[in-house]
Ligand binder design. Structure first.
Ligand SMILES: [Zn+2]
Length: 461
């Protein structure tokens, strides 16, 4: 069999793996490129979409799901296997993605007209998203999906976001079974809402494992929670606002969960917490339907009749007008908005209005990819460019890393330690320097061949 990574390899985003066996050709994930390689989204797939038999989708994040409408538009007719929560959340993520692409297209078109240039149409429209719905096929965690007598797989709980999975795949060729894990994004431990990643099956021969934080240990959750609280209290003492760039899915719900806890413990002073993201508001409303996917503590909160994501200071601002009105507030506003890496969305307006003042704070709680505005701010740039203006960065910048939805080095090594019969590990989804460090850590803990594959490289198993 042959595996060709088409994304989520060193320094490249957009998870997508093409797998060719004697019987079938299929994909694991079909994600959008983000950050520095966004322009690659318009490139044609290096395969014929009509010849792909099926797709396994690990989770709803756009860097794993975002090119599915394009795949279907190009002639893919197979099933898309995923969990129920992944299906529901992917629908709203893709609809939002189509909307953003269309808005970007209109604005590029206006500029291009003035210059007499051509502009490319969006990768897909809302109708293309809706056209994908009939292709989805829902699987429970640990349910065996038998594609043929020789190709079987299971989705296991990855503990990364609601509905997220890693894939345990068995392919039988020439009388030999090959057992492979594709990690998707593996979650952190002891996080609110989601369960910890499921323990993998032992007998695995090949592992494709994400390496986002393969070089470091996360701070523990409680100390990050304390840091987060202090950042907010300090900002209020200075008479400023708190801006939190946040991913609409999972991170936002975790923040709401934490704010509710702070409120109940009387640790949150009177303030206004704005959830300024129509997408995050939709995702939060959907979360209530995923009771079965929650960890025990979140289930208990639901059973006691409370909504784990609501507290009285919370204000949901769906309309553009309500969002703009937030700009008039000079202190004690906490603004949660997307995009999580500040490369678009309403967060840009809030940064423009708040970055320049030393009274305000920006709290980063998620990964910032190279090339994004978020990464520039985290890396300490003194001026940034937003909506055609140079804005000075005088606000206090906090980076809280213990809220991560990705496993750190220890969790990844622990995952690997469960596997027996391993022939080779492939490091995916990470920056090259991090992968080189992680490779060393693995080699110190286990005798196994570790490889860092390149994009479009043929991996023959
Ligand atoms: Zn993810």
């Amino acid at each position: 069999m042959k595996i060709i990574p088409l994304g989520a390899v060193e320094n490249v985003t957009g998870s997508c793996f093409l797998i060719e066996t004697e019987e079938k050709t299929f994909l694991i994930d079909c994600g959008l490129f983000q950050g520095e390689d966004t322009n690659n989204n318009q490139n044609k797939f290096p395969f014929n979409s009509k010849e792909v038999d099926f797709l396994i989708l690990t989770h709803a994040h756009l860097d794993h799901s975002g090119r599915i409408p394009y795949l279907v538009k190009m002639g893919f007719k197979g099933k898309i296997f995923c969990t129920k929560a992944t299906f529901e959340l992917t629908k709203i993520m893709l609809l939002d993605s189509a909307k953003v692409m269309y808005e970007d297209y209109l604005s590029a078109k206006r500029k291009a007209l003035r210059r007499g240039e051509e502009v490319r149409e969006p990768l897909y429209y809302e109708e293309d998203v809706i056209d994908t719905y009939d292709s989805f096929f829902i699987l429970d965690y640990d349910q065996e999906a038998r594609i043929s007598p020789n190709i079987v797989f299971k989705l296991r709980d990855a503990g990364h976001i609601i509905g997220s999975s890693y894939v345990e795949l068995t392919v039988r060729e020439k009388g030999e079974s090959k057992r492979i894990i594709f990690s998707g994004d593996l979650g952190n431990r002891n996080k609110p809402i989601v369960r910890d990643p499921a323990c993998p099956s032992k007998d695995i021969n090949y592992l494709f494992i994400e390496s986002t934080y393969g070089d470091r240990e996360h701070k523990n959750f409680q100390s990050s929670y304390n840091e987060f609280k202090s950042a907010i209290l300090e900002t209020f003492q200075r008479g400023g606002n708190v801006i939190i760039p946040s991913f609409a899915l999972e991170r936002t719900q975790e923040l709401l969960y934490l704010f509710r806890e702070m409120y109940e413990k009387r640790e949150l002073p009177p303030c206004r917490v704005f959830l300024d993201s129509p997408l995050a508001i939709k995702a939060t409303n959907l979360f209530a339907q995923y009771y079965d996917y929650f960890d025990e503590e979140t289930k208990r909160i639901y059973e006691s009749g409370k909504n784990p994501f609501y507290f009285p200071y919370l204000i949901l601002t769906s309309s553009v007008e309500d969002s703009k009105n937030i700009n008039n507030i000079k202190e004690r506003a906490i603004i949660i908005a997307g995009s999580g890496m500040c490369n678009g969305g309403r967060i840009l307006h809030h940064l423009k209005h708040n970055l320049w003042s030393e009274k305000n704070s920006i709290i980063f709680t998620g990964f910032q990819a190279k090339g994004t505005l978020g990464r520039k701010i985290v890396d300490g740039e003194k001026y940034v460019y937003i909506y055609g203006e140079h804005i000075q960065v005088r606000a206090k910048i906090y980076t809280i890393n213990g809220f991560s939805s990705h496993a750190d080095k220890n969790i990844l090594l622990n995952f690997i330690s469960h596997l027996t019969n391993l022939k080779k590990i492939f490091l995916i989804h990470g920056e090259r320097e991090v992968m080189l460090q992680f490779k060393k850590f693995i080699e110190n803990s286990k005798t196994v061949d570790v490889s860092i594959p390149k994009k479009t490289e043929d991996i023959i198993l």
